[in-house]
Design a protein around this ligand. Structure first.
Ligand SMILES: Nc1ncnc2c1ncn2[C@@H]1O[C@H](COP(=O)(O)OP(=O)(O)OP(=O)(O)O)[C@@H](O)[C@H]1O
Ligand SMILES: [Mg+2]
Length: 227
């Protein structure tokens, strides 16, 4: 399974989510490749911290706008059970390249309606990629959700009207995510009993089901119905 964690907007939690998913999959005994496709190098820096801390980390490689070419990512990913690509914000060429090889595009989105509106630019990139390959699956995950506010419900409504499935799992705004990343870990290895850890485990299994063609959730409209 190749998952591209992507989106035009900056700071929505792409890298945090990508790293935590990679660590969780690794802890399940899977061979995991984490691709840093962002010139900011968040994932590579995290890998350096992990090495300094002696924390287990997946294989990390840097790739850019040529990762879709033959002999590149698809060839490398064959050696792994799970490949997660941490895409940069903006940099359409890199996102497009990742979407040419990914099985699933995972779009983290903040919890407000404004965050959901900002996803429009990303939807164009997805639509463009799908015009070239209709087997690309794409879904949204709500991130940085604040407490039990009504905001996430609102955001979910706006997002569903975009026509993309919104995963049932929602990631809350939690210090555990920030602490884990700062220490070169994922939430499931840093604070296994924190709610964040359950969120990531749930997201990973929901993604795996989604990648295999099962609906994101049974009680939400499918992309076709909503679109
Ligand atoms: N679920 C969360 N709870 C708390 N903080 C979070 C969460 N997800 C991300 N953050 C914080 O939000 C900030 C941005 O997160 P991150 O770097 O993962 O976003 P990004 O989408 O990869 O950003 P960029 O577009 O710059 O690559 C970081 O400070 C990170 O610690
Ligand atoms: Mg990032």
């Amino acid at each position: 399974m190749i998952v591209a964690v992507t989106g035009q907007k900056g700071g929505v939690g792409k890298s945090t989510t990508a790293i935590c998913l990679a660590v969780a999959a690794m802890q399940q005994g899977k061979r995991v490749l984490l691709v840093d496709a962002d010139p900011q190098g968040t994932t590579r820096t995290w890998g350096d911290v992990a090495a300094e801390q002696g924390a287990p980390a997946p294989t990390i490689v840097a790739m850019g706008a040529t990762m879709h070419r033959s002999g590149q990512l698809a060839a490398l990913a064959r050696e792994f059970d799970v490949t997660i690509v941490d895409c940069p914000p903006r940099h359409g060429d890199v996102q497009r390249s990742a979407l040419m090889v990914a099985d699933v595009a995972l779009l983290p989105c903040g919890p407000s309606a404004a965050d959901a509106w900002a996803l429009a630019g990303t939807l164009d990139v997805i639509a463009e990629a799908r015009a070239l390959r209709d087997d690309l699956r794409a879904c949204v995950v709500i991130t940085r959700k604040l407490g039990r506010t009504a905001l996430a419900k609102q955001a979910r409504k706006v997002l569903e009207s975009s026509g993309l499935p919104v995963l049932q799992t929602e990631l809350a705004q939690r210090v555990a995510y920030q602490e884990a990343i700062a220490e070169g870990r994922g939430v499931t290895s840093h604070s296994p009993r924190d709610a964040a850890s359950f969120e990531i485990t749930s997201l990973l299994s929901e993604l795996e089901r989604f990648a295999h063609g099962e609906e994101a959730s049974l009680d939400l409209p499918s992309a076709a119905e909503a679109g």
